[in-house]
Design a protein around this ligand. Structure first.
Ligand code: ADP
Ligand code: MG
Length: 319
């Protein structure tokens, strides 16, 4: 067996998340460039503080179109088109509801029914108007807010992968607060081993291990950020039809795909669809694969062409 090569891990906290970069060479300068690239993208895309291009769009809602960077325009276009898919609960205009709940942030609380109702009309993806010639985005109603929180990390993880490739790196891993994107595999190993977390347990407790090469692994779980009040758990993926967190049989959805942005899109989309519909949907998408964990402790892989899953916690049943 070939000798395993030394791994160099670089970490930072950006976008409110722990970021981990693994390389197989000692290269501080390259790691710094990667973190700078992430910071740059975060500054364009954040919905949590000004100035950012996304904040500028929201601040001008109902008033005027805002000219943006081509990559921001592209990401808004992608988010709008996913939001308009038939039956989609993905919604790029979920901002007013996210700000109401503040789940995962200081001051989180259960809003009143009236408060939520009053914001629903501000969450219509049709009211996001793009102008390709002028390169602008216009939100038609005052009070609307774009939130790219569900896809920004995936998009940035893909940017990091492209950057590393361009620098001639062939084996590396970037973990952006749970969005994992990989290049190749560790030299001498059969693939990258990525833990699938046990819902509502300590972060080092795993349900199983996912092994991949050259693939992204993204998990969206309702245990990641939530608010508990009066014995009820309110998590961070919201339904713009009701104003409340989405509710179904799923505890988490993991997507294994080439592009991390796809992982991000489909985790949120599938969380909204529930398991059965999602598995039907995947039959037309051979390059996108999923692992679902349900409330009744089942672990379901849609297929396993591009990864291998090993169950570790036998309190869960794989089928
Ligand atoms: P994370 O990996 O940070 O836990 P996810 O990728 O699961 O996040 O996306 C959750 C985030 O997406 C929320 O924090 C919020 O900003 C945004 N969001 C919440 N509900 C929706 C929705 N229905 N459609 C699109 N984005 C949403
Ligand atoms: Mg996501």
């Amino acid at each position: 067996m070939p000798k395993e090569q030394q791994v160099y891990a670089y970490s930072a906290v950006l976008m409110g998340s722990p970021i981990l970069l693994k390389l197989f060479e000692h290269n501080d300068a390259l790691a710094r460039q990667v973190f700078r690239l992430i910071k740059h993208q975060e500054n364009l895309l954040t919905a949590n503080r000004s100035p950012s291009e996304v904040m500028n769009i929201s601040l001008a809602a109902g008033v005027r179109p805002v000219r943006v960077n081509p990559s921001v325009l592209e990401l808004v276009r992608i988010a709008k088109s996913v939001s308009l898919l038939p039956g989609s609960l993905f919604n790029l205009t979920i901002g007013p509801l996210v700000k109401c709940w503040k789940i995962g942030f200081h001051g989180n609380r259960v809003p009143s029914e009236e408060e939520l109702q009053s914001r629903l009309s501000l969450c219509n993806p049709h009211d996001v108007l793009l102008d390709d010639i002028a390169q602008t985005v216009f939100l038609a109603k005052t009070g609307m807010e774009i939130d790219l929180g569900a896809i920004a990390k995936g998009y940035i993880a893909d940017c990091v992968q492209a950057f590393l490739r361009q620098k001639g790196v062939s084996n590396a891993l970037i973990n952006l607060g749970g969005n994992v994107q990989t290049l190749g595999k560790p030299p001498g190993a059969t693939g990258w081993l990525i833990g699938l977390r046990k819902p509502f347990a300590a972060s080092d407790e795993l349900v199983g291990i996912i092994e991949v090469t050259n693939r992204s692994v993204v998990t969206s779980g309702i245990y990641e950020r939530f608010l508990e009040q009066d014995g009820q758990i309110y998590h961070h993926i919201l339904d713009a039809n009701t104003g409340y967190p989405l509710d179904n049989e799923l505890l988490s959805v993991t997507i294994i795909s080439e592009r991390s942005i796809d992982g991000d899109i489909y985790t949120t989309l599938f969380y909204g669809m529930g398991m059965k519909k999602s598995i039907d949907y995947l039959s037309d998408l051979p390059d996108i694969e999923a692992i679902f964990i349900t409330r009744d402790k089942q672990v379901i892989c849609s297929s396993q062409h591009h990864f291998r899953f090993t169950l570790l916690d036998h309190g869960f049943h794989q089928r």
